[in-house]
Design a protein around this ligand. Structure first.
Ligand code: ZN
Ligand code: FE
Length: 258
């Protein structure tokens, strides 16, 4: 069993989800079909399913080309995206199951970046694909929901086992960590993750995956209750209330401008 990242565009990741028993694979979030198909062929796999996390073009731009290359390909799409997933063949919703050979993935509805944004959680791989909702040390912009929507969606992901590996949609880690340090400069887990990420990126390597447990240690959007984070926020915004959603919204707003 394996998960293989395939870089896309400038900083996107597609992922091959490989079932070793059948040599079938699925692809999470394909922007550029040629690169994905090259990796599929190089590893002598059979691509059977496309698993988009949301409708944005950098996550589905390759769907039509994939379907042209592989007739009969299954293309999942969340009901909440209202048909905006190109070449969609199978509609899914929160709680549904997707299949890649013998692997089963649970669809988790995590709206806010888009209304129909979903994650795919594969217990057999101890892994979750979080698209543009949970990044390493960050979260996605709230485009189609409210702050409360994103808080609820992140809580659903945070409820997965701490050991769950997190595969996200973009390589934003280093910048996310730099922002996080402005709010929690004395968080030791955050400081060491930043040093690690800088070294990894300097070598041109990927910072994925993270884990749910690790994210709770340094991701500011999962650390809305941190006393250090709240103290530093109040220095910036003395009128800020103690309400968790208000704190989240302020952190998100600061990150939007970072
Ligand atoms: Zn997006
Ligand atoms: Fe994206």
């Amino acid at each position: 069993m394996a998960i293989i990242p395939v870089p896309q565009l400038s900083d996107n990741y597609a992922y091959l989800v490989v079932d070793d028993q059948t040599n079938q694979c699925g692809v999470v979030d394909c922007a550029e079909a040629d690169k994905v198909l090259a990796e599929v062929n190089r590893r002598q796999l059979r691509l059977v399913a496309v698993l988009p996390t949301h409708w944005h073009f950098d996550h589905v731009g390759g769907n039509q080309d994939l379907v042209r290359a592989i007739p009969g390909l299954r293309v999942y799409g969340a009901r909440g995206e209202h048909g905006r997933i190109p070449a969609q063949t199978h509609e899914v919703d929160d709680g549904d199951t997707v299949e890649v050979g013998t692997l089963k993935g649970r669809v988790i509805g995590i709206p806010a970046h888009t209304n129909g944004h979903i994650a795919y959680y594969f217990p057999q791989l101890n892994s979750v694909f979080t698209g543009d909702t949970l990044f390493i040390a960050g979260c996605g912009r709230v485009f189609e929901g409210r702050a409360q929507t994103m808080v609820d969606s992140l809580a659903k992901l945070a409820a997965l086992p701490d050991s769950t590996r997190v595969y996200c949609g973009h390589e934003y880690t280093e910048k996310n960590l730099r922002f996080a340090l402005t709010l929690e400069p004395n968080n030791p887990a955050l400081k060491s993750k930043y040093e690690w990420a800088k070294a990894v990126r300097a070598e041109g390597k990927y910072t994925i995956p993270s884990t749910i447990g690790d994210e709770k240690q340094f991701n500011p959007f999962l650390r809305i209750d941190s006393p250090e984070l709240r103290t530093n926020l109040k220095k910036l915004v003395p009128t800020l209330s103690d309400d968790a959603v208000a704190v989240f919204a302020k952190v998100r707003e600061l990150k939007d401008r970072f």
